[in-house]
Design a protein around this ligand. Structure first.
Ligand code: DGL
Length: 273
């Protein structure tokens, strides 16, 4: 059986990559909904219908669990999908606001995400629940999704975009930067160069994969659990079974598969920042 992982695009590979390191014995289906990317600037009705279509696809492909590797899709549709497909474990990623506030030591927390995530009730409620000291600010960065989808990760345009978007914030007052969109992990090196050294970056991918492992374990469906830290990417990267799909069409083209290989290499580099 497979673990299905999906996103609007390449952002979800952040979670796939993390899952491959922690669960190299599993088989994966990765689905990028490239016909509909970006989700973050669509309506909640549109995103809900895309997510429903992907989950049905996963159910038809022998998936024992599905990971919504997209903060936007989780915010909009996770609860509805869980009530609609009760027998299927559905795990979603959320911006890591709670640990960020806990670790901020009274300094400010900046959450960056897509416009839809920022405007969704789910994130607002999460912030209300954990942000007693009114330390959290929310910032939309839809441009990063476009840069990521066009393969532009490090460039003057990316730097200028982020500089402009961050210019209204006194970054010395901040302690945590929450990457609340899975596409943003590709830009950790540029973020690192622009934010003061005391600002720590955090995202929900590790917590989400750990949650997936707990859920599978509780159903006796987790294959060969590993020690906490997982395995060395270099040792496993060529031996893990992953099938890649673009909006339902399996990717078999060698050039595209090589691009995917390069994205994994970038993510491995970003994981260590
Ligand atoms: N990667 C997605 C997220 O985590 C959404 C990006 C988009 O399609 O706008 O929110």
């Amino acid at each position: 059986m497979y673990i299905g992982i999906f996103d609007s695009g390449i952002g979800g590979m952040t979670l796939l990559h993390q899952a491959m390191v922690l669960m190299p014995h599993e088989n994966f289906i990765f689905y990028a909904d490239t016909d509909h990317v970006p989700y973050g600037t669509k309506t909640r009705e549109q995103v809900t219908s895309y997510v429903d279509e992907v989950i049905r696809f996963m159910m038809g492909r022998d998936c024992k669990a599905v990971v919504i590797a997209c903060n936007t899709a989780t915010a909009v549709a996770a609860e509805l999908m869980r009530s609609r497909y009760e027998s299927l474990p559905i795990i979603g990623i959320e911006p890591a606001v709670k640990p960020a506030v806990a670790e901020s030591m009274g300094k400010r927390v900046l959450v960056v995400a897509t416009p839809l995530t920022v405007h969704e009730k789910r994130l607002r409620k999460l912030v209300e629940r954990v942000d007693d000291g009114h330390l959290v600010d929310l910032l939309e960065l839809p441009g990063l999704v476009e840069f990521a989808e066009s393969g532009e990760f490090v460039s003057d345009n990316v730097t200028a975009y982020l500089q402009e978007r961050l210019s209204g914030y006194t970054l010395d007052d901040y302690r945590e930067l929450v990457l609340g969109c899975t596409h943003f992990n590709y830009f950790k090196d540029t973020f690192r160069a622009l934010i003061p050294p005391q600002v720590h970056m955090i995202d929900g991918s590790l917590g989400t994969i750990r949650q997936l492992m707990r859920v599978l374990d509780s159903r006796q469906e987790l294959l060969d659990p590993l020690p906490e830290a997982g395995v060395d990417w270099e040792l496993v990267k060529n031996n893990i079974c992953v099938r890649y799909f673009e909006s339902g069409r399996e990717i078999t083209d060698a050039v595209k598969l090589d691009t995917i290989r390069q994205l994994h290499e970038r993510l491995e580099k970003m994981r260590k920042i």
